[in-house]
Design a protein around this ligand. Structure first.
Ligand code: PMP
Length: 365
């Protein structure tokens, strides 16, 4: 028997992973790619040059392990996040990993796990239950309202009743786009017996106040996760981070792999952060384009869900899967997130958005 003959079913895989599907946003070679909520603007040349120079310097020390605690990078992230939220933070409040997915995994490794549970308000980010499964944390799926907003009072009641070890609140929520009003977040925090993770991957696109402002009031509970993958146009660099009380970071040190952030990642991320002002200038452009795309969709008779992020969930389609394929056939890759009658489009450059709106006239409804 050759290695090609062995199938997944033949392996002694954990029972609880049998029959599951991996995260699978299709990566297709299509002219207009609006499916994974990236920033469509490539990094400016000055940033590319600075990253190249930083990586060149770092390469001279590749025979040594990196700074295990990524102190300088965490200092830079603290400076950025303090500036963005007005909350004083130091590197002791910050933790970083290879994308916020890894940050979320470390959180569940430390605070979830066998015999524990995590609760999320669905539809929401599909990786939350996948990371729960990988860490053997029981997943408690709780529905949002039919219009995809979060009924915070009902949410607080369910949290008080189910007593999950970890609650995920995604704000702005992916794939639906809306934020939880800042004042309502405390209802969930007060009801939760354990950790509340506010996943703010798209925070830069939103005008809501950040949950970071509540860390001082809920230090043993609140973790705010963020990423450089979206507004920062650094998805390929893989850098996510969180803000929390220093004790939370002590807890994560128990589960993180040593040297998880390479010398190259740390150097590149620090260089990219030095250009935050230029990169984040795209946020206003994308917010304006979001409104234009929403108007365009309304004009075509679609129903877009109000969004505070760099993507729009919209409907209705009789067969979302067939319409998704029709978009691909028209050269536009968007996302079928598995919500009946709906598809999700990432806001792109004006040209990409024009191509998307043009394709929207062609696809079956
Ligand atoms: N949280 C949310 C809500 C997301 O949409 C994403 C990316 N799709 C992530 C976290 C993870 O992003 P990354 O690992 O690139 O930081």
């Amino acid at each position: 028997m050759s290695s090609e003959d062995v199938r997944l079913e033949d392996l002694p895989l954990r029972e609880d992973l049998r029959g599951r599907s991996p995260y699978g946003a299709p990566q297709l070679d299509v002219p207009v790619r609006l499916n994974t909520n990236e920033n469509p603007y490539p990094p400016p040349q000055a940033l590319v040059d600075d990253v190249t120079e930083a990586v060149r310097e770092a390469a001279a020390g590749l025979h040594r392990y990196p700074d295990r605690d990524a102190i300088a990078l965490r200092q830079d992230l603290a400076a950025y996040l303090s500036g963005a939220t007005g909350v004083p933070l130091t590197e002791r409040n910050l933790w970083a990993a290879n994308g916020s997915n890894e940050v979320l995994q470390q959180i569940l490794q430390a605070f979830g796990g066998p015999g524990r549970s995590a609760l999320g308000f669905e539809p929401s980010y599909s990786m939350h239950p996948i990371i729960a499964a990988g860490t053997r944390t029981d997943w408690v799926a709780t529905p949002r309202r039919d219009d995809f907003t979060l009924d915070t009072e009902a949410a607080a009641r369910i949290v008080a009743e189910r007593r999950p070890d970890v609650v995920f609140v995604t704000s702005p929520n992916n794939p639906t786009g809306g934020s939880i009003p800042f004042d309502e977040l405390e209802l969930v925090l007060r009801a939760a017996p354990g950790i509340v993770v506010v996943d703010e991957a798209y925070a830069e696109f939103s005008s809501q106040r950040s949950a970071v402002e509540l860390i001082e009031a809920y230090p043993a509970q609140l973790i705010v996760s963020r990423t450089m993958s979206k507004a920062f146009a650094f998805a390929g660099g893989r850098l996510g981070y969180l803000a929390a009380a220093p004790a939370v970071i002590d807890a994560l040190q128990l589960v993180r792999l040593p040297y998880h952030l390479s010398v190259l990642t740390q150097a590149a991320a620090r260089a990219a952060l030095r250009h935050a002002d230029e990169t984040l200038a795209s946020v206003a452009k994308l917010a304006a384009e979001r409104e234009r795309v929403v108007e365009g969709l309304l004009g075509l008779g679609f129903t877009p869900v109000p969004s505070d992020a760099n993507f729009i969930l919209f409907g209705r389609f009789a067969d979302a899967r067939a319409s998704w394929q029709a978009y691909v056939d028209n050269g536009v890759l968007i996302r079928d997130v598995g919500i009946e009658g709906h598809l999700r489009v990432t806001v792109g450059t004006p040209e990409e958005n024009d191509a998307f709106l043009a394709a929207s006239k062609e696809v079956p409804r």
